[in-house]
Design a protein around this ligand. Sequence first.
Ligand SMILES: *[C@@H]1O[C@H](CO)[C@@H](O)[C@H](O)[C@H]1NC(C)=O
Ligand SMILES: *[C@@H]1O[C@H](CO)[C@@H](O)[C@H](O)[C@H]1NC(C)=O
Ligand SMILES: *[C@@H]1O[C@H](CO)[C@@H](O)[C@H](O)[C@H]1NC(C)=O
Length: 444
Amino acid sequence: MTVVINLLLLSTVTDAICILPPELRNTEWIYKYTKPDDNQPITTTLRIQNTVLPQQSSVRFNALGTTMDAWTCISNLTLSDTESVAVFKSDTSYSDGPFGGNRRLYLCMKFTKVTDNLFYFYLLSDVDNTILPNERVFNPPENSIPDDSDPLCSTFCQYTSEPKIRTLQKTGTTDVVPSDAALCTPCESPCEEQVIACPDLAPVNFTTITAETGTNYQDNITYACNTGYELKSGDLIRECLADESWSGSPPVCEIVACPDLAQVNFATITAETGKNYQGTITYACNTGYELKSGDLTRQCQDDKAWSGIPPVCAYSTVAGHAFTATLPLGYTPVSIGSPIKYTLINSASIGSEYNAATGIYTVAKPGIYLISVSMMSGLLTASHLTIRKNADVLVWLYTNNDYDMASQTININLAANDKISVVVNSGSSLFSVYNTFSVLGPIE
Ligand SMILES: *[C@@H]1O[C@H](CO)[C@@H](O)[C@H](O)[C@H]1NC(C)=O
Ligand SMILES: *[C@@H]1O[C@H](CO)[C@@H](O)[C@H](O)[C@H]1NC(C)=O
Ligand SMILES: *[C@@H]1O[C@H](CO)[C@@H](O)[C@H](O)[C@H]1NC(C)=O
């Protein structure tokens, strides 16, 4: 009585995970097979309940004195509309000694439905000689009873010698197993599992596949964002799931950006290609300033930091500047609206703020400056000159006649980069070294 109650409990527990073909269930079948040990043909009956072969079933063995004749289906695999595999586990266990542990037997049945009244099946295991009668059962080694959920094919249904066909026929029916040769082959492989395959994945921008085990069930594809890119959303590892879809969503890798750079004093940005990975920014120290430390070109790196350190531009080492230049000997023709180019720079001048090619003095260090200009007009020309700061006229100079002279001196507060020049407003030539342009400053 106790045994029966246990069986009912067991079958309740396993009902959920094993589903036999509906026509097979709750029916008694005429079971014909050939005994694997002595090739004797056997005709008997096999009663199949919902998911069990109940006690006193015709699948009955003696394992070291223990009778094993009740079986419960623990898992099934549907191969097609007519083919399925079911694994049954013995309800009782046996032991082969005090240290042998509990051992159970398993039947792996691969069924094919011919009609509602006729099935044939193979027992997919090799013949086990430790049970009587010797039969095709899976008898796991001592102390290694597999999990009920272990894969059918790799665990329970392995065989090397070819099993023979067995039939299950309803009493009173006459359907016959067709004689197709194919039916005599148990199966190409005991593991004709349906392959669960996921679709190919589209290439993902800005990523590299770093590992790929395949595109079947439980295979994984692992991506890495390319150098200079970072994961914004999605998943870098995708696994092929049982429903033939990939887990997660495609990774979205975006280019990294570096932070805004603080303004650099006394420097100008001369070139800029953006703040994203590998973008560069190039500075130049303003006129009169020079690079004391740091880097004039900085590049956005993979780690979202700029290469190098900020440039430091400081006044050039000369503390003050003193410069005087004159026109050369003879007449110098001038053009209206242009700065006069005083080309003879006095050799005692300090600093390089004056550019003789343009006639422009560019202030390096801000402060108070003294600017002085003298002029002598050339032959037969009255002339107007102006001293200018950038475009602004500061003072005028005028001479009326041949070899007249005029001069102006101004003291003025100048900012860095101010441009001082002497511009012609009228006249056609100036005469010789009497024309001077001097700048002194800054005056501390
Ligand atoms: C077991 O059989 C049922 C009914 O045919 C089917 O829905 C289920 O997928 C099968 N289980 C497996 C693992 O094939
Ligand atoms: C991948 O990059 C190409 C070219 O930049 C673009 O046209 C396409 O939309 C991108 N694909 C995705 C999924 O963002
Ligand atoms: C794929 O990844 C999952 C989850 O990390 C893991 O369980 C599984 O074993 C992996 N598959 C392979 C084939 O490595």
